[in-house]
Write a new protein. Structure first.
Length: 257
């Protein structure tokens, strides 16, 4: 299948820095959110926060045996991150599967990541995309899942390449304030790939993406850095002064300028 050039043509220098991992939407619950959870889960949570991972594991195992999806997910994250020494992806997959069977969105998302990378489960982009979509259905605010689905459609991995669908999911990620999603949605708007070309809207989203550090979900496989400042500088000459002023006003109204 013939594919269009990368939307990330801004900044052709090799990617030197390690990609930062964005896990904000799938981290463990906060202390306030644990109130309605089992005593074993809460004890494990506070042990984890104190850095006592073995004690956390012990209590979460007890809760997991009682089919507590929060504890199953927490154990999966612990094994995935290697908190006990090194990553144990097969054990992580086992716990994520248990929690996903209880409709846990974070666990479902991580099953997608495991299939995406071939960690602990088969390397399978079709299944990865299916899990990303399911995770987004469970939690419509999971910007990482939306971004990963957009990436799959953009590259044609696990799904037929479709820029309309890519733009749709990048827009969802963008609205969740995920800067990589904002950049990609802006880039598609600027080119008119999968969405009607609109320089002013592209400029708005690229400006939004420049408001923070662009990070990617685990194993997103990005080969080139995303440089919103270069993209903005390249786009500005194609905008009328009044269009730039309207974007400035829009950002100011959103307290983003």
């Amino acid at each position: 299948m013939t594919r269009r050039p990368s939307a990330c043509h801004y900044g052709r220098h090799p990617l030197i820095a390690l990609v930062l991992i964005l896990l904000a939407c799938v981290l463990l619950p906060t202390s306030g959110q644990t109130a309605g959870m089992s005593k074993e889960y809460q004890t494990g949570y506070y042990a984890y926060q104190a850095g006592d991972y073995r004690r956390a594991q012990s209590f979460w195992k007890l809760a997991a045996e009682e089919d507590d999806p929060y504890a199953q997910y927490a154990l999966g994250l612990m094994y995935f991150r290697g908190d006990l020494g090194k990553p144990e992806y097969a054990l992580a997959a086992e716990r994520f599967i248990q929690a996903a069977n209880a409709n846990h969105g974070g666990a479902t998302y991580y099953l997608g990541l495991l299939h995406f990378n071939g960690y602990g489960l088969s390397y399978d982009h079709f299944r990865a995309t299916k899990y990303f979509k399911r995770a987004l259905e469970i939690d419509p605010h999971n910007g990482n899942a939306a971004y990963m689905i957009g990436v799959q459609y953009f590259h044609g991995r696990g799904v037929r390449q479709n820029f309309v669908e890519a733009a749709h999911y990048f827009e969802i990620a963008a609205n969740e304030n995920m800067h990589a999603g904002q950049f990609m949605y802006g880039a598609l708007l600027e080119r008119g790939w999968g969405v009607k070309q609109n320089y002013a809207d592209a400029y708005y989203w690229l400006r939004r993406s420049a408001r923070g550090t662009i990070t990617f979900p685990t194993g997103a496989g990005e080969e080139e850095p995303l440089d919103p400042h270069a993209a903005i500088a390249a786009l500005e000459p194609r905008l009328r002064p009044e269009e730039i002023a309207r974007v400035d006003k829009r950002l100011a109204a959103e307290s983003l300028l």
